[in-house]
Design a protein around this ligand. Structure first.
Ligand code: NAI
Length: 426
């Protein structure tokens, strides 16, 4: 992606903008909708509102978030503290034009819809928004997490033909809400980020529509367009957490810990080996799909160590092996295991999104694609088998995704895809 795009002052001259040209107002304002009310939604709403020619609305359906955020905006604009380096943090003030729980108001005249919530909340937003989606709307999973396209295309039905669904492999930033509706910290940018776009056969949107997203986000991270959506489903970063959780807690016997252990930087040889094997199985799945369907490009699906070397190039001090890369990644400084506090210490939280989100909307989807490609995944199977017990669910039975709770996942099987050809004719 050309980073000079971010310096554009007239959006209407951008190729990626052509699908919306006719219905733009005189100033050429791009109207975007951010769905969600958490860290990522705060960051996206504040960052995009600070960009010229971009109007931002927020839809949050969760609890009383819309009212709380609206009230916070009555008192002042939002502040986003953007960390460019350790000694360079800039505070930027901006505000979305509307925060609401009303999907009709939120979606009126909107060009792009960003889904910036954990994957288990996507269904709720897709259902609410579907009746209000206009032709040539770009729906963006930010991040999509595995299976986003399957779910989005099904949810919007015939409108999928006149729209497009894009998906990012992760969130572009590490970010935390400091004060709800008011202050968000952008703690760091990823250096690069993959995005794929699935374009409906009757839509005017093109791959260049992603340029407009680069314009909204600014110079970092630099987007890499991934040629097909099946590859991006195998690139979701949900593969990282479950092997680390399994490696750390599989022998757990209800003991109470005095302190929360480091999550990434506490990785040992066994956890690193498990993650490496999961990644091997995913890369093998991509290779087999490529062999069976030589016209598609699956080369973006790379081993997790190579991904760390590329995406966290400057944050990692020791690139020698996966364990060292994770332990010396500055972006991971101080991040701890998800734990629940009890009277005399801490116990692991198996309901946290590292399992609750990253298994049904991550590993199970990848397993589903591997099953279609007829690739054996012994390490993924072991981890799903352990994790599903923690979630009190059944996805995997033996080596097959035949469990009674499969409908709660986004595996391709849930949407009726049985062959590799099916996957490419969504
Ligand atoms: P978050 O934990 O801040 O999201 C919480 C929000 O999700 C809530 O404020 C609410 O709006 C919504 N929500 C929660 N439970 C819900 C429910 N039961 N029903 C409906 N809505 C509900 O998540 P965050 O940090 O914004 O992350 C969004 C996505 O980005 C996740 O997939 C996460 O794994 C990913 N991500 C986040 C990073 C970060 O630095 N925050 C970094 C990399 C990825």
């Amino acid at each position: 992606m050309d980073v000079n795009l971010v310096k554009q002052t007239n959006l209407q001259t951008m190729t990626g903008f052509s699908a919306w040209k006719e219905d733009l107002d005189q100033e050429g304002t791009l109207k975007i909708l951010v769905c969600g009310g958490g860290n990522g939604a705060h960051c996206m709403a504040a960052l995009a509102s600070s960009r010229p020619h971009v109007e931002v609305r927020v839809l949050t359906l969760y609890a009383d978030e819309a009212d709380r955020w609206t009230k916070a905006l009555e008192e002042d604009d939002m502040t986003i503290s953007i960390t460019y380096s350790e000694d360079h943090v800039e505070d930027v003030k901006s505000r979305p034009s509307l925060v609401t729980k009303d999907p009709a108001k939120a979606a009126e005249g909107i060009h792009m819809i960003f889904f910036t919530v954990p994957a288990f909340a996507h269904a709720q937003y897709l259902k609410a928004i579907a009746p209000h989606i206009l032709e040539n709307t770009l729906l963006i999973g930010l991040p999509g997490q595995a299976g986003f396209e399957f779910q989005a295309v099904k949810a919007i039905g015939d409108k999928a033909k006149v729209c497009a669904v894009a998906s990012f492999e992760s969130l572009p930033w590490a970010c935390r809400t400091m004060e709800f509706g008011r202050h968000v910290q952008l703690l760091g940018f990823k250096e690069a980020l993959g995005a794929a776009i699935l374009i409906g056969s009757k839509s005017n949107l093109t791959t260049h529509s992603l340029d407009v997203i680069q314009f909204i986000f600014g110079e970092n991270p630099v987007f890499k367009v991934i040629n097909n959506y099946v590859a991006i489903n195998l690139m979701a970063k949900s593969i990282i957490h479950p092997p680390l959780m399994y490696g750390r807690w599989r022998g757990y016997n209800d003991e109470v810990l005095e302190a929360k252990p480091l999550f990434y930087q506490g990785v040992d040889d066994e956890q690193a080996d498990l993650l490496s094997k999961v990644s091997d199985e995913v890369v093998k799945t991509a290779k087999v799909i490529q062999e069976k369907r030589p016209t598609v490009d699956m080369s973006a699906v790379i081993h997790i160590l190579d991904w760390y070397r590329e995406y966290y190039c400057h944050e990692i001090t020791d690139h020698g092996c996966l364990k060292n890369a994770m332990q010396t990644n500055k972006a991971y400084d101080g991040l701890l295991h998800p734990m629940k506090e009890v009277s005399d210490g801490f116990v692991p939280d198996f309901n946290y999104r590292y399992i609750r989100e990253d298994v049904p909307f991550g590993l199970v989807v990848m397993k589903g694609i591997a099953q279609i490609a007829e690739v054996d995944t012994p390490t993924i199977d072991t981890i799903i088998t352990w994790a599903q017990k923690k979630l009190n669910k059944e996805f995997l039975v033996g080596k097959r995704l035949d469990g009674k709770d499969m409908e709660e996942t986004r595996a391709p099987q849930v949407y009726g895809f049985k062959t590799i050809e099916d996957l490419f004719h969504i």
